[in-house]
Design a protein. Structure first.
Length: 79
């Protein structure tokens, strides 16, 4: 079960341009790469299946939330 997600998000495009700029310093390159990885994972997982999951809040109230239904792996690839 393989699904490729190619993001066309403008924020990712902007950060990829900064990443590819030869004047980008090494520490900025690493920061941009971490940010891009986060945004790619966020965008690619927008349709991941969830299931109901209840928790008790710090106020001792029940909250009906959600958790991932399956184990997933997200592998960002920058072209």
């Amino acid at each position: 079960m393989s699904k490729l997600n190619v993001s066309s998000h403008p924020l990712i495009a902007h950060k990829m341009t900064l990443l590819r700029d030869k004047s980008t310093l090494p520490h900025e390159f690493r920061r941009l790469l971490r940010e891009i990885t986060f945004f790619l994972a966020y965008d690619a997982t927008k349709e991941v299946n969830t299931k109901s999951h209840s928790v008790t809040t710090p106020m001792n109230m029940e909250f009906a939330g959600a958790k991932l239904a399956d184990n997933i792996a997200v592998i960002p690839v920058c072209k």
